[in-house]
Design a binder for this molecule. Sequence first.
Ligand code: ADP
Length: 504
Amino acid sequence: MTVQQKIIVAEGPAPSAATAAFLAADHRLFIGGRWVEAAEGGQLDVENPATGEIVARVPAGTAADIDAAVAAARQAFDHGPWSRMTPSERGRLVWKLADLLETHADEFAEIDSIDNGKPVTDARAVDVAFSCELLRYMAGWSTKIHGQTIALSSSAPFHAYTLREPVGVVGQIVPWNFPLMMAVWKVAPALAAGCTIVLKPAEQTPLSALRLAQLVEEAGFPAGVFNVVTGLGETAGAALAAHPDVDKVAFTGSTEVGKLILGAARGNLKKVSLELGGKSPVIVFPDADLDVALAGAASAIFYNMGQCCTAGSRLYVHRKVYDRLMAGMAAEAARLPVGVGLDPATRIGPLVSAEQLARVSGYIEAGQREGATVLTGGRRIGDRGFFLEPTVLTGTTPGMSVVREEIFGPVVCAMPFDDDDIDAIVAEANSSIYGLAASLYTRDLSKAHTVARRLKAGTIGVNVHHVVDVALPFGGFKQSGWGREMGYAAIELYTETKSIAVAL
Ligand code: ADP
């Protein structure tokens, strides 16, 4: 099946004056409330993936900068005004940060669109809007973190209770797929809990974290509470994960790097939370509302160019509806306008980098070598920027690399199933080292709940795929991670329980 991809723009509109001025500025690290150059003076190019052009340069922070940032965060945690603030004062600052972010929402959407390639429309409606919502939600928790009084089982008279205290200095390492939002997922609960932070954004997309630091400064957070060190994963990131004075490391990224973080954290047994890869199944039963299933299956893999840890990359469709759904997927892939992220009509932007384009294309080739068929897509679009056609592979079988491994691109493996016995399809869906998300489409209430219970994944959508809410715990089973973000679960990630017993 050949499809004619709809390409809408070659150049795209210019960014706003505010965004252009930010891009052109001299970017520095934010450490201890001051803007400083990297200790070793190195810089990293920041590329616009729609054009391949360099749009900014940021400091290449190294271990020395991480040392300075951790020292600033330690000072702020142990001795700064932050440590004496009331929960209410803390909550107000977090809320103020949300207000400032909202004021500059369009600018942040443009920055992430230029830096990552994503459609500015999505960046504004999802990345920035969710970040504001999450900051406000977590601001509310800061005044509601409390322990319990405990009736002890021993016969001696005791008054015993627990306190929940901030875990301390936290290192936060985030990926490039939702640059601002991934940072705020980590920063918002940590601030609400009273921790201090060293944030290391991804080297591909460091800009919105630096702009966020400007707003942190403007909001009036005490110096050292929030520090940003841009730099490479293997230098700045590794130093942060291994640092002996960091109490906790929170990481979102690949499972492979998650295991390195775990190894690095071993030295001082710092607390670790990990949100890692996925290979999420989407199951369409024959009684599903097919319009709903099609919309869900398409957005599951094409949203954010498939660069989502929850991407629905294994599509299991009952044979009775397989041909109709496949025709719909191909039509949807062709219908989505491809273009520069800054054009508001764009639905599919470029992949984040040449490296990512090569990696995803390599998977498509490997799939074909192993016997898969390209139903639609599969090719690079144009020779400027890193655009790839939304791709549907058929004829895929469980042993193929494209079915087993996380591709992190707009590539779905579609597989029909015949069996009306749910055991077989549940076993197939669960046959993955990952367990981040899953979705199923059916009108049968009993089947929906039964299958949802049996799928081994942290988030299950029924008649919907991407389900993320500030209040709903989010995280992975199996090799998709440790811990849950969002909701009160995120506050638990950034606090320790202390038990106190008083002999009466
Ligand atoms: P991807 O493979 O999609 O780029 P990664 O898991 O490599 O995702 O990157 C996620 C984040 O982890 C980025 O901020 C990156 O700089 C960082 N990172 C990469 N390697 C390491 C490492 N060895 N130690 C700590 N952080 C790392």
